[in-house]
Design a protein around this ligand. Sequence first.
Ligand SMILES: [Zn+2]
Length: 251
Amino acid sequence: MDKTLRLFAFNCGWFQCRPGYFVEGDEGDYLRGPVPSYLIDHPRGRALFDTGMGVRYRRELADALPAAKFGLQWFEGMDVATRLRAIDVDPASIDWVINSHLHIDHCGGNALLPNATAIVQAAEWNTARDKPEAGLYEAQDYDTGQPIKAIAGEHDLFGDGTVRIVPTHGHTPGHQSVIVRLPGGEVLLAGDCCYTERNLDAMVQPRATVDFEAGRVTMERLASLRSGGIRILFGHDGRQWATLREGVAFD
Ligand SMILES: [Zn+2]
């Protein structure tokens, strides 16, 4: 890889939910959204933003979820390590994992990255450690023995302003996002602080929010960043995902 900062997107599974899960009141068919992971390839190190789901959630195609059921659709070959190898990136070369938060669909692949240090907001780490919950916060995903760098607030990962971790609390107590400065402009990797573009357009938070006041502040910040020209990649937005090219460097 060359010496320019590059960003790649991968889908590490699908998230399937009722139509009103993202925006209450929406009707129609069940929705499918991606479970994204992003590679940030910086001249001085490699970071992933989120890592998908743990192998215990993997399904055979034969026992895929029925069309109208909440859950995860994750199949062989969609794990983050396989996605990385497909573009000739060794999972052992990943230095950092930035977990937006510690729900099962965001840190389940951490253990596949043997040399990575996980960067998590301290408030998120404390929440997950104190209140594990089946299907939501499962210690085997995040308490892997890998080094944890607990931060509080913003963090400039490489000290040059190109990869900035920013707190975006609301969905969980210690949710965080990342702003990547590419040659073509800034991109905000939202994670679940904003599931879909429609949530931001309508300024609607989903029911799956632990702190609506913090979430409101986050949404206002996102709206202001967007009107300033930043490109936002949403947490589980199937419509937006269809416009991205997986495994190809962003412009
Ligand atoms: Zn999620």
